[in-house]
Design a protein around this ligand. Structure first.
Ligand code: HEC
Length: 156
C-alpha cells in the first residue's frame, strides 16, 4: 500500500515535469501562425542589399546592420519585411535590441535605424509612399520630417 502511494507520487511528479517541459518548449517557440507565415515570406527574398550607390556613412551603417542583425536570423528577414516607416523601424530595432543576448547598444541601434530609414526611402520608395499616403496628416508630417533628417545627415 505504502509502495503504491509512493509510486503514484512518483507518477504525478513525472507528469508535472513533462507538462512543464512542454510549456517551456512552447514559450521558446511561441510565434502565432500568422507571424510565422509572415516571417517565412520575408525570409524568401534577397539576403543582401546592393549599397554601392549609397553614401559612405550609410554604407558603414549597412556593415553594422548586417553584422548585428544576423546573429539570430537571416538578414533576408529585415530586408524583405513590410516595414518602411521611421516609426516601424524604431519599434522593431528597439524590439530586437531588447532580446536577450542581442549585444546591440544604443549607438549601434541608431546606426541601424538610420540605415533602415535611408534604405526604405530608396529601395522601398513605392511601399513607403503608399504608407505615407495612408497615414493621418500628423503621422505623415512627422514621418516625412524624420526621413528628411536622415537624408540630410547622409546626402552631402
Ligand atoms: C537576439 C536575437 C535577435 C537579434 C540580434 C535580432 N533579431 Fe530580429 N527577430 C528575433 C526573433 C526571435 C524574431 C521573431 C519574434 C519577434 O518578432 O519578436 C525576430 C523577428 C524579426 C523581424 C520580423 C518581425 C515581424 O513580426 O514581422 C524583423 C523585421 C527583424 N527581426 C529584424 C531585425 C533587425 C533589423 C535586427 C537588428 C537590429 C534584428 N532583427 C536582430 C531575434 C533577433
Amino acid at each position: 500500500m505504502i509502495n503504491q502511494n509512493r509510486f503514484s507520487v512518483f507518477l504525478l511528479g513525472a507528469a508535472t515535469l513533462a507538462l512543464l517541459g512542454v510549456g517551456v518548449a512552447r514559450a521558446a517557440d511561441s510565434l502565432d501562425a500568422e507571424t510565422k507565415a509572415r516571417i517565412e515570406r520575408f525570409e524568401k527574398g534577397a539576403l543582401t542589399i546592393d549599397v554601392s550607390k549609397y553614401p559612405g556613412g550609410i554604407r558603414d551603417n549597412y556593415e553594422v546592420f548586417s553584422t548585428k542583425c544576423t546573429q539570430c536570423h537571416k538578414l533576408s528577414r529585415p530586408i524583405n519585411c513590410d516595414y518602411a516607416m521611421p516609426d516601424e523601424w524604431s519599434r522593431y530595432v528597439k524590439r530586437m535590441m531588447h532580446k536577450p543576448g542581442s549585444g546591440i547598444d544604443s549607438a549601434d541601434g541608431k546606426k541601424i535605424y538610420e540605415f533602415l530609414v535611408y534604405d526604405s526611402s530608396v529601395r522601398k520608395k513605392t511601399m513607403l509612399d503608399d504608407k505615407l499616403a495612408k497615414a493621418t496628416p500628423e503621422d505623415k508630417t512627422a514621418a516625412e520630417a524624420k526621413i528628411k533628417e536622415v537624408r540630410d545627415k547622409y546626402d552631402k
